[in-house]
Design a protein around this ligand. Structure first.
Ligand code: GDP
Ligand code: IMO
Ligand code: MG
Length: 431
């Protein structure tokens, strides 16, 4: 069996967590390679619901779970999450969880900056999760971040903190935020260091030795292609690369390690936060999708914006991430609609586009061109066989497949782990 990279193909919350948990049964290692605790992945197994922000979803199945170098990690949030899922009965030990020693920390000052900037931006805000993710990545590429490997060397840490504060002090003053002292930050870090130390390892070595031993690796994407800092609806994006190409960089393996790229695609479209959304429905249909789909953020509880399926966006994601197959999630949410619409192109003035242009102004100006498809009255919630889907639902899936240019390997029909229609096994090769 080869490796699989799971990527969100819209604006996040496609159901990546559920799919990872289901695939993890046959994987040996699960790796997070970007993002931070802005992610919210929900997994439902029987009566238990697990919500992960930082922990790879493989921990539910007790698989070796790696938080790679590409992730920015808030150590306090991580420790809280570990405690929370331990209370639910999961075992999180250094045998199960590895944290890359070269990963960068998200600090309280990053959260302050994120929240203060958003508050100042007023109508121009991004609608971030407020977790400090953007400012933490800024410090990473600015070469002044604190990394986990720095925590063990208190003598050298002082100078690193000074360097970081030299950048942040004027920013904080400008935003009216209280001063952070070097001694205060050093004390905070000294308290947290021994708690995370047992999990620290050169994660790239652990991963590469697993690969050499022929182990099967699942790369768990967070966010999604349209939130990618290069390819998304910039500046209404997250601050990391979320596309499949990042799996290798953010984990420390060669590009071939990514294996089969599996795109996770919701049967309609949602987005949390601000930014262009050509197929958004602000009418009762959008409301109905939100209610039926329980579209409230796993992480922040915010109401998600909803709209019809946008094949243009997903086709673009298929190209940018090299998606070979797709899991179409939440098909059950579409039960009971008389007709369904699917966006097949955009109108921009007198032009017709088959892609989302890069310019924000154009992204905000495009009008969706819809194709109408018949809906179905039957209940598909929990259906596990293709033959159990009504013909109109089968046609909807097949039409999406043709429009996006990738096979639908799997359809999901409820939050439950086993409520899955397997059409083609993503582990079965073909790459
Ligand atoms: P992620 O961020 O991509 O992991 O997705 P989230 O967990 O944030 O959001 C997906 C939500 O949809 C979660 O509450 C899942 O339990 C739920 N979900 C996943 N698959 C299905 C499905 O096929 N049908 C329904 N009704 N809900 C699903
Ligand atoms: P998962 O992994 C949906 C969105 C935020 C905001 C933008 C920037 O659960 O799919 P950030 O805090 O990252 O600087 O916010 O990105 N966003 C997500 N939306 N799902 C996510 O993760 C998201 N992570 C960030 O709402 O619009
Ligand atoms: Mg989510």
């Amino acid at each position: 069996m080869g490796n699989v990279t799971v990527i969100g193909a819209q604006w996040g919350d496609e159901g990546k967590g559920k799919v990872i948990d289901w695939l993890a049964d046959r994987a040996d290692v699960v790796v997070r390679f970007q993002g931070g605790n802005n992610a919210g992945h929900t997994i439902v197994v029987g009566n238990s619901t697990y919500k992960f922000a930082l922990l790879p979803s493989g921990v539910v199945q007790g698989k070796l779970s790696i938080i790679g170098n590409g992730v920015v990690v808030d150590p306090w949030a991580l420790l809280e999450e570990i405690e929370r899922v331990r209370a639910q009965g999961l075992s999180i030990t250094p045998d199960v969880l590895v944290l890359a020693d070269n990963a960068c920390l998200v600090l309280p000052m990053h959260r302050d900056l994120d929240v203060a900037r958003e508050a100042r931006a007023g109508a121009g805000k991004i609608g971030t999760t407020g977790r400090g993710i953007g400012p933490a990545y800024e410090d990473k590429v600015g070469r002044r971040a604190i990394r986990f490997c720095d925590l063990g060397d208190e003598a050298a840490l002082g100078a690193k903190i000074e360097r970081l504060l030299a950048h942040h002090a004027p920013l904080r003053r400008g935003l009216g935020l209280p001063e952070v002292t070097s001694a205060g930050l050093q004390t905070l870090l000294a308290q947290v260091a021994p708690k995370v130390a047992p999990f620290l390892q050169p994660a790239w070595r652990v991963l590469n030795s697993a690969i050499t031993d022929g182990r099967c690796v699942l790369f768990e994407g967070a966010q999604a292609t349209m939130l990618d800092v290069d390819h998304g609806t910039y500046p209404f994006v997250t601050s990391s690369n979320t596309v499949a190409g990042q799996a290798a960089t953010g984990a420390g393996a060669g590009p071939q390690a990514a294996g089969y790229v599996l795109g996770i695609v919701k049967a309609y479209t949602t987005r949390v936060g601000e930014g262009p959304f050509p197929c958004e429905l602000t009418d009762e249909i959008g409301e109905r999708l939100g209610v039926r789909g329980h579209e409230f953020g796993t992480n922040t509880g915010r109401k998600r914006r909803c709209g019809w399926f946008d094949a243009v966006l997903v086709r673009q994601s298929v190209a940018i991430s090299g998606i070979k197959g797709v899991v179409l999630t939440k098909l059950d949410v579409l039960d009971g609609f008389e007709t369904l619409k699917v966006c097949t192109g955009y109108r921009l003035g007198d032009r017709v586009l088959d892609y989302l242009p890069a310019s924000l102004h154009e992204q905000a100006s495009v009008e969706p061109i819809y194709e109408e498809l018949p809906g179905w009255k039957e209940n598909t919630h929990g259906v596990r066989l293709w033959s159990g889907l009504p013909p109109a639902a089968q046609s909807y899936v097949r039409r999406i497949e043709a429009l996006i240019g990738a096979r639908v390997d799997v359809v999901t029909t409820s939050p439950e782990r086993e409520d899955i229609i397997l059409i083609r096994d993503p582990f079965a090769g073909g790459f």
